[in-house]
Design a protein around this ligand. Structure first.
Ligand code: ADP
Length: 503
């Protein structure tokens, strides 16, 4: 590591008497490469997982899954079609009618507990596989995605024999077979979010991971086999939108659960209108992270960075709009610039990397297009001068200041490491601007006053409001949206209610 010390320049302008020193880091922060070395134990080809077995797709077709960090082929994945989806539903129905649906909750709990333990045993291997397949930094998949996925199975194992307490005074019963489709931003964790409550309640499942991130779902199927999960309880049919549409529209599905874009969510809702299927949708977001002038600014800056830059901004609840009170706006912007200059963008398998690879070339183009629109619409852009790898899909952390409410970068979900900064003067203005969006998944509030936190969390139309923190998750907390961010909740007692009927 170099020993060059940072030079501290005093800025000409100060806000509220607080200095906003500008740090120039030189090469102080260059670390030697520290790649995670655990073996991800990948197969050259992954089949469908139906009725407890890995089976070839009836079309005989496979597609490549590439590593977005270097664009090299990682493995190939089966392209399931409507016939495969039929077979998966038939297996799931049989399991619901004859095995899983008949098991007492305390027996189901043992399987869920076993799955959680086996996942913990293989945590490093799964973290490396997740990072190679999806591009997220290893420290994210190792410290967040995999442990949190295991936590969801543990938590729901705890519920499986206590279902009489899910709706006090009422009895609950499973719905039957559930169809689920998930996106690429939290491949394993989203799978756990969907599977654990459905299985705890006694349902069986047909699920499709996203086409760019199917690997950890199929590795989890190996764990299902090792745990002795009865055949047909979980069926995984990989593929693209056509496969997803076949899962969502299948006559056997008593309920469908979707996480993905608002656009596709609307297509699914339109196609299922008039059916008696239960539905939950977790869709897009454009969260406001709101900083008042009495906030602990350094902590807030850390929370803002955590909210949008870690995980490449590939988070539907990312704090992609910063609303900052005018009196501290200059200070916050200066500190944010300093902080993002120290973020390491690069190989996601390196333990020092903060911002890994964008999940796909298509997603990189979407980010580039929206950022170009922000510049064209007159916002001021700042990007640190970090070097990007020559191969793979990468994007610099980007700040937009002087953003107007009507700007595309303030309204549209970018799903990348791009923060749009707007200012406000009063609490009412902050609430109005925060709620002035088609979405309502999450929000953050940074202030010293508890009363203000309570007021904001009442007024903000967002499913989750974090106070003096951001992106904190727990299996006990329900998560879900308002408005075009969807409906239904995942996690906690409320999440279980979406997988049962009251009898
Ligand atoms: P994102 O923009 O996050 O990729 P998408 O909504 O495009 O979100 O994709 C989320 C998931 O939905 C993926 O698994 C994808 O294959 C699937 N999908 C895409 N189109 C459809 C569709 N028409 N019906 C069902 N699933 C779909």
């Amino acid at each position: 590591m170099s020993t060059v010390a940072p030079v501290i320049k005093r800025p000409a302008k100060r806000s509220q008497g607080r200095p906003a020193p500008e740090l120039i880091f030189g090469d102080l922060w260059q670390f030697d490469p520290a790649p995670e070395t655990a073996d991800p134990k990948l197969k050259a080809r992954y089949e469908l997982f139906i009725n407890g077995k890995f089976v070839a797709p009836s079309s005989g077709k496979y597609f490549d899954s590439i590593n977005p960090a270097n664009e090299q082929k990682l493995t190939e994945i089966a392209h399931g079609n409507a016939a495969d989806v039929d077979a998966a539903y038939a297996a799931a129905k049989k399991a619901f009618d004859h095995t899983w649906g008949k098991l007492p909750g305390k027996e189901r709990a043992k399987y869920l507990y076993r799955i959680a333990r086996l996942l913990q045993d293989r945590a490093r291997e799964f973290a490396v596989a997740e990072t190679l397949d999806g591009g997220k930094p290893i420290k994210e998949s190792r410290d967040f995605d995999v442990p949190m996925a295991a936590a969801h199975f543990f938590y729901h194992a705890g519920w499986a024999d206590k279902l009489d307490y899910v709706a006090p005074g009422r009895k609950v019963a499973p719905l039957g077979v559930v169809g689920q489709v998930i996106p690429w931003n939290f491949p394993l964790l989203m799978l756990a979010w969907k599977l654990a409550p459905a299985l705890a309640m006694g349902n069986t499942v047909v699920i499709k991971p996203a086409e760019t991130t199917s690997v950890t779902a199929l590795k989890l199927a190996e764990i299902f086999q090792d745990a002795g999960l009865p055949p047909g309880v979980v069926n995984i049919v990989t593929g693209f939108g056509d496969t997803g549409a076949a899962i969502m529209g299948h006559a056997t599905a008593a309920k469908v659960a979707f996480t993905g874009s608002t656009e596709v969510g609307k297509i699914i809702m339109r196609s299922l209108a008039g059916t008696d299927k239960k539905m939950t949708m977790e869709l897009g977001g454009k969260a406001a992270n709101i900083v008042f002038d009495d906030a602990p600014i350094d902590q807030a800056v850390e929370g803002i960075v955590n909210g949008i830059f870690f995980n490449q901004g590939h988070v539907c609840c990312a704090g992609s709009r910063l609303l900052v009170q005018e009196t501290v706006a200059d200070e916050v912007l200066a500190k944010l610039k300093n902080r993002i200059r120290t973020l390491r963008v690069g190989d996601p398998i390196d333990k020092n990397t903060d911002i890994g690879a964008i999940n796909s070339k298509e997603q990189l183009h979407t980010i580039e297009k929206l950022v170009a629109a922000g510049v064209k619409e007159g916002a001021t852009m700042y990007q640190p001068p970090c070097k990007l790898p020559t191969k793979g899909f990468y994007f610099r952390p980007t700040l937009f200041s002087d953003v107007s409410m009507s700007s595309r970068v303030a309204r549209e979900e970018i799903f990348g490491p791009v923060l749009s900064i707007l200012t406000f003067r009063t609490l009412d203005e902050a609430i109005e601007k925060a709620n002035n969006t088609a979405y309502g998944l999450s929000a953050g509030v940074w202030t010293d006053k508890g009363s203000r936190i309570l007021k904001m969390s009442t007024e903000l139309k967002a499913g989750v409001v974090w106070a003096n923190t951001y992106n904190k998750f727990d299996p006990t907390s329900p998560f879900g949206g308002y408005k075009e961010s969807g409906f239904g909740r995942e996690g906690g007692r409320q999440g279980l209610l979406d997988y049962c009927k009251l009898v």
